[in-house]
Design a protein around this ligand. Structure first.
Ligand code: C2E
Ligand code: CA
Ligand code: CA
Length: 498
């Protein structure tokens, strides 16, 4: 697991990226919802038109039956006796009513006078039929006898019947509907304000159209849904965007960022004391690099050191650490303190390695520090590197084998290399107190160290039990959270003064 944490700046950026897409996604969801609502309204108005078409078709069938099949007026009256929806059907001949299905409940005389001649032609019309209490706007379906144009059948239904049949009164999806038949409208005098939700459907074969306006409930559903959908979608998108940019920033160009960070001073050092196991006196210090990236936040060395190694930047980092120790220590002189620097094998392979280390060793000496290089044995030490180690020691720099026991070369390194300290890796120290009475592998490593007469440093000492055990086994130096965590330069200088 990479040792990365979000800085407050990165956290702020993360929250902003969560919120920024919200209005845009909200708008997109709203437009999609609006489009869906319009399709829905189109569907509703279309179904109204279809139902009116089927009512007209039924009436037309009745008209044609009355015109061509019925022998007498009595038969028409008998046929239509139970047609509840039909207010009345009349047969007109030479502009006179010759038969009425309901025996003239309607003031036929009035219709006769007021109905324009054009309405006697086949078609659908809206007409206000007068009653005592006023007039009722009704739908008239007219069929002219094709053999005798002076004869027509007129079926009349109240518009309210259409309302009931269409279920308009109970339809909470719409707030207003207007039907237009051959230029007349129902409800009469109705007026619909033009708005973006007004939807009109036309009949394909009749002169009828229906316009509807959605109810507030339907519109509110649209607004609610666009908010409801936009929140998870925008969360998802911003998370995705954040993950991609985060990946790009941390992995994609980490090497570039390391290069920049070296120039912009984003790296700094912390110092972890190494103590004498019998006196707990501080004998040495290990310098450990830290990176607080202005863009990504804190990045652990276990993340960027391997990247720096892969991209040939590790030697620059090592130079930075060697130099930074001196500037951190500045005028603070100490006496005989070992300063351990982690040096990768690639540093030893440089032509200038010995010159550089010798210069640093001198400068460290003037600060009262004894330079010690920690070489990890994770990478195989080449023959040449081993010779360099020898020369390093000859110029008075101590050599410590880091992470001992975890690499490939453990035994051959011991056999062939010159070194002053053996740092036993944390994973072996962890076994103290966990395995039965003793820790067999750790004990073997310690015995090996004794028989080779080298000083041993135990890394990662976290408990008293571990410290006591290591002391009892004769491990001379200890390093770990039980004694000191890595400290800032200010804290380590203060600690040293006590
Ligand atoms: P390392 O050289 O083995 O450094 C010791 C690591 O153990 C440090 O981790 C230190 O903070 C941690 N540590 C010390 N005491 C304890 C303890 O009691 N418990 C636990 N759990 N951990 C403890 P850090 O600083 O995160 O460094 C990790 C590794 O990164 C180092 O392992 C080293 O390999 C590399 N590194 C750190 N600084 C530098 C550097 O300046 N140059 C190079 N080349 N590598 C470095
Ligand atoms: Ca080390
Ligand atoms: Ca180590």
């Amino acid at each position: 697991m990479p040792n990365t944490k979000l800085s407050p700046k990165a956290l702020k950026k993360f929250i902003i990226t969560l919120l920024v897409p919200l209005p845009v996604i909200g708008l997109i969801c709203f437009l999609i919802g609006e489009h869906t609502l319009k399709l829905n309204l189109q569907h509703i108005s279309h179904s109204y038109v279809n139902q009116i078409e089927s009512i007209v078709d039924e009436l037309r069938d009745e008209n044609l039956q009355a015109l061509y099949d019925a022998a007498t007026c009595q038969q028409i009256q008998k046929d239509l006796l139970f047609e509840a929806f039909l207010r009345e059907m009349v047969i007109i001949k030479d502009r006179k009513i010759v038969c009425s299905s309901k025996r003239s409940e309607i003031e036929l005389a009035q219709i006769k006078h007021r109905m324009p001649a054009s309405m006697l032609k086949s078609g659908e019309y809206l007409f206000d039929i007068p009653y005592d209490e006023g007039s009722v706007r009704s739908l008239l379906v007219v069929n002219q006898d094709k053999h005798n144009p002076d004869r027509s059948a007129i079926s009349i239904i109240d518009q309210s019947y259409i309302d009931v049949r269409l279920g308009l009164d109970d339809d909470d999806r719409i707030s207003q509907s207007v039907m237009t038949v051959s230029g007349e409208i129902y409800p009469s005098n109705s007026h619909i304000e033009a708005n973006r939700f007004l939807t009109t459907s036309h009949s394909t074969h009749l002169n009828i159209q229906v316009s509807i306006v959605p109810s507030a409930k339907l519109k509110n559903e649209l607004y609610a849904n666009s908010i409801l959908f936009s929140i998870p979608i925008s969360l998802f998108l911003s998370m995705l965007w954040h993950l991609i940019t985060y990946w790009y920033q941390t992995k994609g160009s980490l090497a570039e960022k390391i290069k920049k960070a070296l120039k912009t001073n984003e790296f700094f050092l912390v110092y972890q004391p190494i103590i004498d196991s019998s006196t707990t006196e501080i004998k040495g210090i290990e310098a450990l690099i830290r990176w607080n990236s202005s863009r990504v936040g804190f990045i652990g060395p276990d993340v960027f050191i391997p990247v720096a190694e892969q991209h040939g930047l590790i030697n620059d980092i090592t130079d930075f650490v060697l130099e930074r120790v001196l500037s951190d220590w500045n005028e603070n002189k100490t006496q005989n303190l070992h300063m351990s620097i982690n040096v990768p094998p690639s540093y030893l392979s440089q032509d200038a390695c010995l010159d550089k280390l010798s210069t640093f060793a001198q400068r460290y000496k003037t600060q009262g520090l004894k330079l010690c290089v920690e070489i990890t044995e994770r990478q195989l030490l080449k023959e040449n590197d081993r010779n360099v180690l020898k020369e390093i020691q000859q110029m008075g720099v101590d050599v410590s084998i880091d992470d001992f026991g975890t690499g490939y070369t453990s035994l051959s390194v011991l056999q062939n290399s010159e070194f002053n300290y053996l740092k036993i890796d944390r994973c072996f120290i962890n076994t103290i107190g966990i395995e039965s009475v003793n820790s067999p592998v750790l004990d073997t490593i310690i015995n090996l160290g004794h028989s080779m007469n080298v000083l041993m440093v135990a890394e990662g000492v976290e408990t008293k039990e571990q410290a006591d055990y290591l002391l009892s086994q004769g491990v001379q130096l200890l390093q770990g959270y039980y004694f000191y965590r890595p400290l800032s330069i200010e804290d380590v200088l203060e600690t040293l003064q006590h």
